[in-house]
Design a protein around this ligand. Structure first.
Ligand SMILES: Cc1cc2nc3c(=O)[nH]c(=O)nc-3n(C[C@H](O)[C@H](O)[C@H](O)COP(=O)(O)O)c2cc1C
Length: 399
């Protein structure tokens, strides 16, 4: 369940007996490093106190739609945007009915209506309530809206009846949520990704670098890992903590990056060169700080750095080699030239003059270029772009 780490789970608790199990469910999510926020309906608070769930989640519990203070903090729209997934556990017959009707008369239903996040429902109710025609119609309506159901299980119920309607056990629900974050597109594949800038020292206190933040490379590493790959990330200096489970190798210079890439060449199936490697480095590294002189001008002599993408293309002929191209003009044409010149399987290019999608921004908009195709991925978060790139890589593997 390690793949739950960093994931934002919005857990909604409604008024059923099984509400007592949500403390254990929350504990499981937290143990697996997920971030959990909780919404409770009015009835849910009769079954378990907000204080209990606040203590286990480590966050204040949300329960009121019309609360000025809550709206000033994390209001209903913020909660809707915050969530990676929304889970209702337990979900009563009443809540299923409200959601099937598209109501927004309490915090939970308003947040769900306003959110793009995948909704999971773990129903819990008496067998007769579950089998009731209207409940079954609500189930069908919600399924048609792509809501995913976990359970219910069959067995003895709190009321003594036997049949379908028990909420699934917390560990089963947690594992289903974890599964939703993983795909098996790259199961068993070994991927090497380079990310971030390189830092080429001039003297002990100065260096040449660039504006790369590493966000795209780290997002790709996360997406590849979530797709089942074994991911090694060779990264220049950035301020990002990689997703749990990714093997991080820190470097500073292009030479160091090349050495790490060389060491892994025989062990990988796919290479993605996303790092912004400095094209040139100072010819001489001055061991002592260069002193200011009376000269108005001084020169810094530069020498070409190794071309790591070219190395990968030349030495990984039986593997997929994918490069990035940060361009400021003739974006697609220049990228196509690079694709051919470096004999790559795919090049991903973007316009780094555009501040909304270029270096250091959270969003990106790219073109994926292969010998046969040019596909535009419209502007969205770097993680969403990364997931789409991973899907395209899977298609490349198949063809
Ligand atoms: C003791 C008790 C247990 C209940 N258990 C359930 C239950 O397991 N499932 C269910 O659908 N409703 C159950 N109900 C009824 C709900 O609490 C009621 O329909 C409530 O309005 C649900 O509101 P909510 O969905 O907004 O939380 C129970 C009621 C009581 C008094």
């Amino acid at each position: 369940m390690i793949r739950l780490s960093n994931k934002k789970i919005l857990l909604c608790v409604t008024g059923g007996i099984a509400a007592y199990k949500t403390a254990e469910l929350t504990r499981l999510f937290k143990k697996n490093l997920a971030e959990v926020r909780i919404i409770m309906t009015k009835s849910a608070q009769e079954f378990v106190t907000p204080l209990t769930l606040q203590a286990v989640s480590g966050n204040q519990v949300h329960y009121s739609l019309l609360d000025e203070e809550a709206e000033l903090g994390m209001g209903h729209i913020e909660l809707a945007k915050w969530a990676d997934v929304i889970l209702i556990a337990p979900c009563t017959a009443e809540s299923m009915s409200r959601l099937a009707q598209g109501r927004a008369n309490d915090l939970m239903s308003a947040v769900i209506l306003a959110s793009d996040a995948q909704l999971f429902i773990a129903p819990a109710m008496n067998v007769k309530m579950w089998e009731d025609k209207v409940t079954q119609m609500n189930l069908a309506t919600l399924k048609s809206k792509d809501v995913l159901f976990i359970g219910p299980d069959s067995g003895e119920q709190a009321c003594g009846d036997i049949g379908e309607g028990r909420m699934s056990e917390p560990d089963f629900i947690a594992s289903k949520i974890a599964e939703s974050f993983t795909s098996s597109l790259l199961n068993g594949k070994k991927i090497l990704i380079t990310a971030g800038p390189t830092k080429e020292a001039i003297d002990p206190v100065r260096y040449l670098t660039n504006k790369s933040s590493g966000k795209m490379g780290y997002a790709l590493a996360e997406a590849a890992y979530l797709a089942g790959a074994d991911v090694s990330l060779v990264s220049g200096p950035v301020n990002i903590i990689p997703f749990n489970g990714i093997k991080l190798i820190n470097i500073n210079t292009a030479d160091e990056m090349l050495a790490e890439v060389k060491a892994l060449t025989d062990q990988i199936d796919i290479f993605i060169g996303c790092a912004a490697v400095a094209d040139y480095k100072p010819v001489i590294f001055e061991k002592l700080k260069i002193k200011k002189t009376d000269d108005e001008e001084i020169s810094l002599k530069l020498i070409k750095n190794p071309d790591i993408l070219q190395y990968a293309s030349d030495h990984m002929t039986d593997k997929l080699v994918i490069g990035f191209s940060a361009e400021t003009d003739n974006v697609i044409e220049n990228a196509k030239i690079k694709l051919l010149k470096k004999n790559l399987d795919m090049i991903i290019c973007n316009d780094v003059l555009n501040k909304e999608i270029g270096f250091d921004s959270n969003d990106n908009e790219v073109h994926l270029i292969t010998n046969d195709d040019v596909i535009k991925l419209s502007k969205t978060s770097k993680l969403k772009i990364a997931k789409q790139i991973i899907k395209s890589i899977e298609l490349l593997i198949k063809t």
